[in-house]
Each structure stands twice: as C-alpha cells, then as structure tokens.
Design a protein around this ligand. Structure first.
Ligand code: ZN
Length: 294
C-alpha cells in the first residue's frame, strides 16, 4: 500500500513537472510595439516598464527603470538598438522615484537631453543618487511639448498625486498617455502610498480623465500586460474614495493608528491583485490623513 502511494505521488510530481515545462518562465526583459502605432514601444524590465518613441529624427526615451540593476540602462539601450539606429535625443523622467529613473547614464552618454519636472530636478540635486543622472532641463508647471521627427509628445503637470513631480506624457496623434504609479492598471496600490497625496490625487485623476486619450501605458505591467483605459482611472478613483471614506470613519472614532489599521478593509477589492500586500500601505496613508491631518 505504502509503495502504491509513493508511485502515485511520483506520477503526480511528473505531471506537475510537465505542466511547469509547458509554461516557460517570463523573460525578465521584453520590448513590445504598441499596436496600431508607427514607433511607440514599451520596454519592460521585470516588473517595471517605460515607453520609448522612435521618430524619423531620433528616439525619445522615458524612465530607464534600472534601480538595483547595474546593467539595466545598457540593456535598455541594447533593446532600442535592435529596433533602430536613430540617435537618442531625449530622456524624460516620469517623476523622481529611483525605482523608475535610476540607470540613465548610458542615454546621457549617447547624447540624450535629460528632462524632468522642476521639483524632480530640485529633489534629485539634493539626494545625489550615484545611479541617477541629474536632469539638464526642468519643466515648469505649465508643461512643455517636445516635437521630434514628426512626433509630438506633450508633457503636462496636474498637481500633487503619487509624487509631487509627476509629468503626464501624452502622444496626441496616437491618443496614448504614459503615467507612472498614480494609476495602477487593475491592481491595488501599495508601497507607492508612502509619499502619496490623497486629496490632491482625486483632482489629478479627474484631470487626466479629461485629457484626450484612449490607451494608458502604466509604469508597472497590468494583468496580462494589458494597457489601461479611462475605466481604470475611474476604478482607481473609486478605490481611493472608498479607502478614504472607510478610514475617515475609523479615524474619527479615535482609532488611528493601530486599531484603525487592523480594522481597515476594502471588501470590494479583495479579489484584485496586490490587495493583501497593498492594504497596510493604504491604511497607513489614510490614517495619516484622517487621524492626524497629514
Ligand atoms: Zn513612484
């Protein structure tokens, strides 16, 4: 009998092995051309990604996404070189967080002009991260449009949100936007709540919703690598409003920090990816808002 059980377990292990073999591991690095565009691409490095645009006269690169990956910038450039030999003209930072913008040295050395929101430039100059190239140019709150080889890319600022330095990048012809971290696609926000501005983000989301676009490239791949839509903006706004209302009640009962953070739940979002890991960060941030006024 015992032997039979072992044979059975062995067969199960073989089956499990075969199932695993059928699903090859996801490669750490991937480049995807966005459907229906002439030169818009997504570069993904593990769980971070950014947009690059190939034009007639050169390439516009955004976030290098190479934090903790010493060769990440070079790998990004190598991937671009598989697509085009046009010069790298611009490197644009989505906001000042290192997990998105570290690793740009190779682009700077290739001749790129590095551009970021003015608050990102100020912050980076204070922090002097050895892996992050300082911007050459600061974009003011009124924004700036880049025109290169027949492509227009609008950089606009819509106030405080996930950071205080987020540029929304919009390709008007392609109706595509690239927005990092503030609008997770189909997932619950998590660590990004640390320096998040809860009240202002609701206004930010409403402003981004009003812009003319159809597809959103997020800074972290969404489920199945899908791009975002305006529905995702609505969904994120609903989630944040639900979180805010839930914590407001707990906070006004005097339960922040510990009791409120333990009791805080967002039952409607339990099935969303990132719920369990993200919930404590959301609770902590909204306790800060409603329990302390921060
Ligand atoms: Zn961020």
């Amino acid at each position: 009998m015992i032997r039979r059980v072992f044979v059975f377990l062995g067969a199960l292990a073989l089956l499990a092995g075969a199932a695993q073999a059928q699903q090859p591991a996801r490669p750490p690095i991937a480049v995807t051309k966005v459907d229906g565009t002439d030169g818009v691409y997504i570069f993904r490095n593990v769980n971070h990604q950014s947009m690059f645009v190939v034009t007639r006269d050169g390439v516009i690169v955004t976030d290098p996404v190479a934090y903790g990956r010493p060769n990440g910038g070079q790998q990004y450039l190598d991937e671009i070189r598989k697509v085009t030999d046009k010069p790298i003209k611009y490197l644009i930072y989505s906001h000042h967080h290192f997990d998105h913008i570290a690793g740009g040295r190779v682009f700077k050395e290739a001749g790129a002009r590095v551009i970021a929101h003015h608050r990102a430039k100020t912050r980076l100059a204070q922090l002097k991260d050895p892996h992050t190239v300082l911007p050459d140019e600061a974009v003011g709150d009124k924004g700036r449009t880049i025109t290169l080889g027949g492509t227009r890319l609008e950089l606009s600022y819509h106030g405080l949100n996930h950071s205080d330095s987020t540029l929304v990048m919009r390709l008007p012809k392609e109706k595509i936007i690239f927005v990092v971290d503030t609008i997770p696609v189909g997932t619950v926000p998590g660590r990004g709540m640390i320096d998040f501005h809860p009240l202002e983000t609701e206004a930010f989301l409403q402003q981004v919703y009003q812009l003319d676009w159809e597809r959103l490239i997020p800074g972290h791949p969404g489920p199945g690598d899908r791009l975002g839509t305006k529905q995702d903006v609505q969904d994120q706004l609903s989630l944040l409003r639900a979180a805010s209302a839930e914590m407001q009640t707990l906070a006004r009962e005097g339960k922040c920090w510990d009791r409120a953070e333990k009791e805080f739940k967002l039952a409607e979002y339990e099935k969303w990816p990132g719920y369990a890991s993200g919930l404590p960060f959301i609770a902590r941030r909204y306790c800060g808002l409603w329990g302390r006024g921060t």
